[in-house]
Design a protein around this ligand. Structure first.
Ligand code: B12
Ligand code: SF4
Ligand code: SF4
Length: 391
């Protein structure tokens, strides 16, 4: 039976049923298999199909937004309703192919105290070229392949920025379960991977959803979070999360949360580092191998970057998202937590920075270092902030 290249819909009468009880023709099954094979050929380590229906977690998202847990990520509430159904991205969508791409799990940044000035940790996901470009390029290739196989079909690739609850659809497509750390986890891969999606109006047979969870009685991530950002298992108050505070927040980091930032300059991996499922994380995709110059950064040096130098250094990396003022704010906070008197000249110069955000963080850091009385730099190991209530 020749089905490939035939128009989509019922083909040749051959059909089979999937777990959702629906009938799909053999042609679509073969096409879905070849699509997933093609995805693996492009370096995606996981690929599964979910039916394009209302997001399972939409009510949870709505409640989360109503509680204000998204903080200043106003794009989440602005496009809140659009996350209900992927048709907001592609009219007539019937299937969502979810894919995963591994980033670099290795190369922990040296702890403060091991070098002359403290190093600012960069979260693993941000230590390579910007993953969006890598993901979008490959999804576009996949879309082109599908459109060549089925002329007239429509396919669109998205990652991060479109109003799609990616973890929800990834679970539905069978890629993994929601860990108590809110990450999508896979038994073999752990969680150091990105998600992407290819939406299409083809009706591909869906894979079985991942119905089980494998955290058991473990609570390592909840216990280790340095700012006590988890409201409960799987539910994060983003306003307290170091990732939000150092990447998304445009204003000053609330003072009571600054100690919890520790030496983390950009993003946070604590709730993944402690996860037993990440003990044997696989090698990264070659395009996402960590760049040694991005693994840990010198906050004193960062304070000396003007806009042009910042652009040259970070354009095309994930750190660009924080903009110069955000990254310099973070550098000052890291120094306030982990810096010694040798950081004071740079911080004093930063008091004259054009950005009030940078000036305020520098003044705070100077106060902290002076309060330590010129003693040795404190060892910052990123443990939980003492005395913070677990909401
Ligand atoms: C906004 C955002 C953030 C925010 C908010 C995070 C959050 N937990 O919501 C901040 C800035 C804090 C953040 C941080 C990080 N992020 Co982020 N983020 C996003 C983004 C753009 C939207 C997520 C969203 O809609 N959040 C709203 C909440 C309510 O949704 P949710 O957590 O996805 O939860 C849904 C389900 O998990 C489910 N659910 C939630 N709790 C429970 C509990 C139970 C029991 C059940 C059954 C279901 C359930 O319902 C929810 C609603 O549908 C996605 C990309 C995307 N478009 O989806 C990336 C994304 C989630 N982030 C990602 C990454 C890598 C990170 C960081 C690791 C980066 C870092 N190292 O600093 C951290 C991890 C923090 C953490 N532990 O979650 C990856 C996750 C990949 C993976 N394997 O899971 C994504 C998918 C980006 C990508 N394309 O790969 N992120
Ligand atoms: S451990 Fe880090 S990334 Fe995870 S929730 Fe806490 S602050 Fe956010
Ligand atoms: S650390 Fe433990 S509880 Fe948290 S996600 Fe991993 S297995 Fe689940």
């Amino acid at each position: 039976m020749t089905v490939l290249g035939a128009p989509f819909g019922n083909v040749n009468g051959a059909a089979f049923r999937t777990g959702n009880g629906r009938r799909y023709d053999e042609g679509m099954k073969a096409l879905a298999d070849r699509l997933k094979e093609r995805a693996r050929g492009l370096g995606f380590v996981l690929a599964g199909v979910a039916a394009a229906a209302e997001a399972d977690g939409f009510a949870a998202l709505r409640a989360w937004l109503e509680q204000g847990r998204h903080g200043d990520m106003e794009y989440l509430s602005r496009h809140g309703d659009a996350r209900r159904h992927p048709r907001s991205i592609l009219d007539g969508v019937r299937s969502v192919l979810m894919v995963a791409l591994c980033y670099d799990p290795d190369g922990g940044a040296p702890l403060a105290g091991e070098t002359a000035s403290p190093r600012g940790r960069v979260a693993r996901y941000a230590r390579s070229a910007d993953y969006h470009r890598v993901m979008w390029d490959r999804l576009n290739e996949l879309a082109a392949w599908l459109e060549a196989e089925r002329p007239g079909c429509r396919a669109v690739g998205v990652c991060d920025t479109a109003p799609l609850l990616e973890r929800d659809f990834a679970r539905r497509a069978g890629l993994g379960w929601f860990g108590k750390n809110a990450m999508l986890l896979h038994r073999r891969l752990g969680s150091y991977f990105f998600l992407g999606a290819l939406l299409t109006d083809l009706e591909l047979p869906p894979d079985a959803p991942h119905e089980t969870a494998h955290c058991g009685t473990c609570t390592a991530c909840l216990d280790a979070c340095p700012t006590r950002a988890f409201v409960g298992p799987g539910v994060l108050d983003a306003r307290r999360c170091v990732s939000y505070l150092t990447i998304e927040l445009r204003g000053p980091i609330p003072e009571e949360l600054r100690p919890g930032v520790g030496d983390r300059l950009f993003g946070c991996d604590v709730c993944q580092e402690v996860c037993p499922w990440n003990r044997r994380a696989p090698a990264p995709d070659p395009a996402l191998a960590a760049r040694p110059d991005l693994e840990a950064l010198d906050p004193v040096e960062l304070l000396g970057l003007d806009e042009e130098a910042f652009r040259r250094r970070f354009k095309g990396t994930a750190l660009w998202r924080a903009r110069r003022r955000g990254l310099l704010r973070n550098a000052a906070v890291v120094l306030g937590n982990a810096g010694g008197p040798e950081a004071l000249p740079a911080l004093r110069r930063a008091l004259a920075d054009a950005e009030p955000l940078v000036r305020e963080a520098a003044a705070w850091a100077i106060g902290r270092i002076e309060a330590r009385g010129g003693g040795p730099r404190p060892a910052v190991n990123g443990g939980p902030t003492p005395g913070l209530p677990w909401a």
